[in-house]
Design a protein around this ligand. Structure first.
Ligand code: GAR
Length: 215
């Protein structure tokens, strides 16, 4: 079986990237991490990926703080295509991807978000949930579309908010859930077991070679 090739885009610490790389090292995982890209020259994720034997590059994010302008998106796409990447995984990547990018990887870009979407989109989702006073928050893996944290949902894991929680202790437990569901969602994706029907994502029971990582 040929493994799908993954790229991870990350801006910071890189714990999800590490969880994905470690999962991909198991013999029965249907994908390998070919590349880690960061928009932040000093992101710890770059060093962590290299230590795990994965190629890691800083790429210039251009002039805007919250997104990549089309010319810059084109250079990021080129780097991904040169490395034969099938799927792109956002893991704490703090910029919006726009049309040029999403059209280059249609339904092939995933994101992890530290809340039960559609609640608490955007930044500091764990703090937002804690301040709101919800009894449960959690983590969501979803397909990326052009709106913020809003594409079809693949997996979610709820996390109970405890009476003594701080935003940090809640975030720590949500992160553990993220590390469980992100590799699992990628496994399903690369086995061709996800079928998008409108907003709903159906999980097929059987490996489906037709829907698995064809270019
Ligand atoms: C994770 O909690 C991830 O869910 C979040 O950033 C953190 C990155 O941590 N992403 C977002 O908030 C995106 N909206 P990591 O670098 O240790 O994986």
């Amino acid at each position: 079986m040929q493994k799908a090739k993954l790229a991870i885009l990350a801006s910071g610490r890189g714990s999800n990237a590490v969880a994905l790389i470690q999962a991909s090292k198991s013999a029965d995982f249907p994908a390998e991490v070919a590349l880690v890209l960061s928009d932040n020259r000093d992101a710890p994720v770059l060093k962590k990926a290299e230590e795990l034997g994965v190629k890691a590059l800083y790429l210039d994010p251009g002039p805007k703080r919250s997104y990549l302008i089309p010319e810059v998106e084109a250079s990021w796409i080129q780097a991904l295509q040169e490395n034969d990447v099938d799927y792109v995984l956002l893991a704490g990547f703090m910029r919006l991807l726009k049309r040029t990018f999403l059209e280059a990887f249609p339904l092939r870009v995933l994101n992890i978000h530290p809340a039960l979407l559609p609640s608490f989109r955007g930044l500091d989702a764990q703090q937002q949930a804690w301040e709101y006073g919800v009894r449960y928050s959690g983590a969501t893996v979803h397909f990326v579309d052009s709106s913020l944290d809003a594409g079809p949902i693949i997996l979610q894991e709820p996390v109970k908010v405890l009476p003594d929680d701080t935003p940090q202790s809640l975030a720590d437990r949500i992160l553990e859930a993220e590390h469980r569901i992100y590799p699992e969602a990628v496994r399903l994706l690369c086995q061709g077991r996800l079928r998008i029907e409108g907003r709903r994502v159906k999980i097929l029971r059987e490996w489906n070679s037709k829907e698995a990582h064809g270019k």
